[in-house]
Design a protein around this ligand. Sequence first.
Ligand SMILES: [Mn+2]
Length: 318
Amino acid sequence: MKKIGILTHKQCDLDALCSVMTMTEIIEEHYNNIEPVLITEDSYLKEKMKNIRKFISIEKAKEIKLDYLLVCDVNEYDRVYGIDILKSVPIENRYLIDHHDDNRIELEIPKQNQLINKNASSTCEIIAKKMIDENIFISNDIAYNLYLGILSDTSFFSNGTTEETMRVVSKLPLADKERLKAHKSLLELTPKQKYLLSKIEEEKVNIEGLAIYKLLLPIESGDITPLVKHNKFQEKVAPTEEKPVSCFIIGIGNNYFIKFKKLADSGIDILSIAKKCNGGGHKTRCAGIFYNDTYTNVLTTIINEYEKNKIKTKKYKL
Ligand SMILES: [Mn+2]
């Protein structure tokens, strides 16, 4: 029995997970001498999918001798979860399915082993199209997962959707009520997300115009940052008229991920604050990061930088 490892990107989303899942089922169905090994980060988004197989961590995967490797939904060297595993497989046995455009450092995978469509909305769309066009049987569960992946990467068909996306979607063997279920499931918070949402606290800093929120978790919580991208989290830590700058600190063990946001007309330059916090981003939305630090230190840095910025802003106004 040969083994194929299936990898995707770090901070996996539903397009990543559902494309990995579907490829696993296709390989199981069509190759009885190849066993798929799914290697992804842990993610509570898996609860939304159907027919979930066992996913294993990089540490476990390293103990397994892999003959082939398939990478789904990522083509950036430093975005792959398990890049060392990729390197352990001979180049000619590496495969790629992806829809991303702007690759900085491409993976070493032969061109003839790549299935790439930069116009596709999602990796799930590429797989669905291939299955439909080549008359490969699509079970209900596979159709559901593919639909979920497309729905997630297009934010309910609002981004990157083409006529081809809609054609593929219309051909998926899925009843209307299943489609509705996928929509609902994507909007719904998982129990873990509900828990995290309830754990967000406002830090009482009493500084004019600034709101600080914190979500502090033990290191065992794993990377929960993909979970907090949901709208409900954004709403909870959003800037307001009263406090036009907001700062959301997500602490996981000794590592702190900081999201800054401001209302467009607030004078504070949050981007320069983010840069002082080892980060960057956009003028009204940016992020910082501190590794191996303490909450007190992080908080002090943010407050000091904010105060400096405020003084600067006032000076210019005078
Ligand atoms: Mn994708």
